[in-house]
Write a protein that binds this ligand. Structure first.
Ligand code: HEM
Length: 484
């Protein structure tokens, strides 16, 4: 039961590493600036120092500056002209993914689509992209609805068991279950029960590889048996075994028309390169899709609910829209989802304030000019997404406020990058929007949400920007006609 249904004050525990740059959830509330104590300090000191350094550079050097780490050169750019040129660069020969971090991230991504370049990337993109074209997504909406319905039913059962018809819960893990279930069913033809252990291990791998590992990055010595390397290798071996199990089961089944089968066919076509290489191809890309489609969507759904809980007026608007679509037991399909304008704007605004991908990173694969800046081959380019998304010159003086209405008009290309930029833009964005809309419309149709007084606002960077302590909500059932 909620202790207090009034809007909560901003807590100052948790010391968000991101609170300098992140918008605070409650207008007028003080951002958390209290020093952390105890265990939390150590891992965050580095992040704080880095942020302070970057902010000093930003204020003293402007929106384009370079720095070096060892022999690696970084171009940090939030200048609109540079960002626009990064967005417009669609040739895979110009900009690729940075080889920096490839070492540390290798157990998680291998040589899959997210981190590869050149021909290897083009081949994988050509194989995977069609699986997320609108006509394919259209056929996946029913599976998304099944997963959302399962979640809503379980919450309804829990609310029914409470005295006051309301319950308090942290939503993040349930949202991970939902996105895991959706991705397992739609892309891999398996249910979340099978995928569950894979996701749990991918999450562990994510935490392990997102710990700073400067030594490996600077020396390239990813083979050193440090504690975190050994942990990452162990998890990687287990993920590989589990994925190959799913692959085997899928091979024994009907060989349906999903992403996994497309990858298998392509892997088999490469049989000339050897069984191990063909297996690597399938395993690496499965890991990439599990990661790309799992964390990002779940975290975005959690931020959406946090913002809607803080803004009841928008919650009401989205609920009205969901009622219209679901009235009389109506079924959701891609066109009814596309008609949900209020919800679309809420998701877009959430992704502006809390972009799951905090940075668009590239490496110049040849010398080129971006926004009038000459960039030699090999330079790493960092576009800090939150800096761009909160720039008052691009978004107006209320850039830090939640105002979905700003998306009534299409934003300029270089001012909005939640799904990345140029040739490497997210190929699951249509799928992700459909998945988020199904979940949020089902939830708001059945529940009214308020932020719990125990909620701690603490966005942290763990490859994605996520709520460190989760999003804790108070949920109250609403009837389809609007009664509580
Ligand atoms: C709200 C959810 C999501 C967000 C915010 C998001 C964001 C991103 C971002 C920022 C990138 C990097 C783009 C760049 O470097 O320019 C990316 C790439 C990618 N995303 Fe997503 N994504 C989401 C959901 C999904 C889903 C559901 C899938 C698939 C099931 C997916 C598949 C991919 C793939 C395969 C790439 C690599 C594209 C390439 O390198 O060619 N994403 N995504």
């Amino acid at each position: 039961m909620p202790k207090d249904s009034a809007r909560p004050a901003l807590h100052d525990r948790g010391c968000p590493a991101w609170s300098i740059t992140c918008p605070v959830p409650e207008p007028g509330a003080e951002p958390c600036m209290r020093a952390c104590t105890g265990e939390q300090v150590r891992p965050k000191v580095l992040i704080w120092l880095l942020l302070i350094l970057l902010l000093c550079c930003l204020f003293s050097l402007g929106p384009v500056f370079t720095y070096s780490v060892g022999n690696m050169v970084f171009l940090h750019a939030s200048d609109p002209a540079v960002v626009r040129d990064v967005c417009l660069s669609v040739s895979p020969d110009e900009l690729g993914k940075s080889s920096y971090m490839k070492v540390t991230h290798h157990p998680l991504f291998g040589d899959g689509i997210l981190k590869s370049n050149g021909d290897a990337w083009a081949r994988q993109r050509k194989l995977i992209a069609p699986e997320f074209f609108p006509d394919k997504v259209k056929g996946m909406v029913d599976l998304m609805v099944d997963s959302a319905r399962a979640l809503v039913c379980s919450w309804e059962a829990r609310v029914a068991r409470t005295d006051g018809g309301a319950m308090e819960l942290t939503v993040d893990d349930d949202f991970r279950t939902y996105s895991g279930d959706v991705i397992s069913r739609t892309c891999f033809g398996s249910s979340y029960v099978k995928g569950k252990r894979i996701f749990a291990m991918i999450r562990e791998l994510q935490k392990t590889v997102s710990r700073p590992n400067l030594l490996a990055e600077m020396t390239g010595l990813r083979f050193l048996p440090t504690r975190s390397n050994r942990e990452a290798w162990r998890l990687n071996r287990r993920v590989r075994r589990l994925i190959l199990d799913v692959v085997r089961e899928s091979g024994e089944a009907d060989g349906g028309n999903n992403l996994l089968n497309a990858m298998l066919r392509s892997g088999q076509a490469e049989a000339g390169v050897g069984v191990a290489a063909a297996e690597d191809f399938v395993v690496d890309n499965c890991k990439n899709i599990y990661f790309a489609g799992y964390e990002t969507t779940a975290v975005t759904a959690a931020w959406c609910m946090m913002l809607l809980a803080l803004h009841p007026e928008w919650q009401r608007r989205v609920r009205d829209e969901a009622r219209e679509a679901l009235a009389g037991g109506g079924a959701l399909d891609l066109s009814s989802l596309q008609r949900m304008k209020q919800l679309t704007m809420v998701i877009q605004e959430t992704l502006r304030l809390y972009p799951a991908g905090s940075v668009v990173s590239r490496q110049a694969l040849r010398e080129l000019t971006l926004g009038g800046v000459r960039v030699p081959k090999g330079v790493n380019i960092y576009v800090p997404v939150s800096t761009v998304h909160l720039d008052a010159e691009l978004w107006g003086s209320h850039a830090r406020e939640f105002d979905p209405e700003r998306f009534a008009a299409r934003p300029q290309l270089h001012s909005y990058l939640p799904f990345g930029a140029g040739a490497r833009t997210c190929l699951g964005q249509g799928f992700a929007m459909a998945e988020l809309k199904v979940l949020l419309s089902f939830l708001l149709f059945r529940f009214e949400a308020a932020l719990s007084s125990d909620y701690l606002h603490s966005p942290v960077l763990r490859l994605t920007v996520e709520p460190e302590h989760g999003v804790r909500l108070v949920l109250r059932s609403v009837r389809p006609n609007g009664e509580s």
